[in-house]
Design a protein around this ligand. Structure first.
Ligand code: FES
Length: 107
């Protein structure tokens, strides 16, 4: 079975994106060409340029937001308590199949 998520681009266009289990969500989005995910720190939870929004996080068994992640997110534009995540902090696996991820405009 193919691993897929649905990605909503900043212009509202949706597409299905395949992922390899074990990759971070940030890597999956960058490989799919979403350049808004700048990921300037390379995934070490210190830049917040990999900000995405995911509703229904519990249904896809996402890990809770760690303190570092929460501090960075709370400083980001467009932060929303219930949906904002740093995509580099999410490791993709079976449980994330079918999840919908909205890209946040970096500007
Ligand atoms: S890539 Fe820098 S915080 Fe995620």
């Amino acid at each position: 079975m193919t691993n897929k998520i649905t990605v909503i681009a900043v212009d509202g266009q949706q597409q299905d994106v395949e992922f390899d289990q074990g990759d971070s969500l940030m890597e999956v989005l960058r490989e799919a060409g979403y350049d808004e995910i700048m990921a300037m720190c390379g995934g070490c939870c210190s830049c917040a340029t990999c900000h995405v929004k995911i509703t229904d996080q519990a249904a896809y068994q996402l890990p809770p937001v760690e303190e570092d992640e929460e501090i960075l997110l709370s400083l980001a534009d467009a932060y929303e308590l219930d949906s904002s995540r740093l995509s580099c902090q999410i490791t993709m696996g079976e449980a994330q199949q079918g999840m919908t991820v909205a890209i946040v405009d970096a500007d």
